[in-house]
Design a protein around this ligand. Structure first.
Ligand code: SAM
Length: 216
């Protein structure tokens, strides 16, 4: 149902991705009180003002990474761990970084319990990337940034892809950047609405709206 009505009907074509979206048990990633809405066409609260993203948004951003199964991927914003579980079925190795200690611990345990063994959940500020695992063939940011954080571009492998919502704290533009040597050509793909990316290269955690990112 979800795959046919929400994903195929909106143009998601990657058959491996559609299969992964059909296989990952989304209801395990949502709080108990939302289990009956787990496969609905929207984001859901996961506590602490954070959300598990709409299934279509997960699929769209994942498809933009053009995964073949060989890649090393960084996800910024683990949240529930659902996006990481999808990536785990489509790429070789996943690093997923989350600033909330509680969410990181819950997602780590959930992913371990479900057997997604190629995902490493790290607690930290993902606006700075995760240099320990770099370079990455793909980086996916599941929170809205004021600008593209420079460290994320620097941690991309050659022809590596970065998918990131960029814009205001309410609405953003989904941006795809690809490394070509020292150049990072970008494409704007459509609007989206994510919770803010906090941290050093995101929206300031102090709520004063300042960021230290550099717009390309
Ligand atoms: N991908 C998640 C999923 O599948 O459930 C949804 C992510 S939720 C929309 C955004 C997440 O980004 C929140 O869990 C939030 O705590 C996290 N976040 C915000 N700023 C961050 C930062 N600088 N580093 C790491 N995580 C961050």
């Amino acid at each position: 149902m979800m795959v046919r009505h929400q994903l195929k009907s909106r143009g998601i074509r990657d058959t491996r991705l559609l299969e992964a979206m059909g296989n990952v048990p989304r209801h395990v990633f949502v709080p108990r009180e939302y289990v009956d809405q787990a496969y609905a066409d929207g984001p859901l609260p996961i506590g602490g003002g954070q959300t598990i993203s709409q299934p279509f948004m997960v699929a769209w951003m994942t498809e933009l990474l053009t995964l073949t199964g060989q890649e090393k991927i960084l996800e910024v914003g683990t949240g529930s761990g659902y996006q990481a579980a999808i990536l785990s079925l489509l790429a070789d190795r996943i690093f997923s970084i989350e600033r909330s200690r509680e969410l990181a611990a819950q997602a780590r345990e959930r992913l371990r319990w479900l057997g997604y063994g190629n995902v490493e959940v790290i607690e930290g500020d993902g606006s700075q990337g995760y240099p320990e695992g770099a370079p990455y063939d793909g980086i996916i940011v599941t929170a809205g940034a004021p600008d593209i954080p420079r460290p994320l571009l620097e941690q991309l492998a050659e022809v590596g892809r970065l998918v990131i919502p960029v814009g205001g704290s309410g609405m953003q533009m989904l941006v795809l950047a690809q490394r070509r040597g020292d150049e990072f050509p970008t494409r704007e793909l459509g609007s989206c609405a994510f919770v803010p990316l906090l941290g050093r290269y995101g929206w300031s955690g102090r709520g004063d709206g300042r960021s230290r990112g550099g717009r390309l």
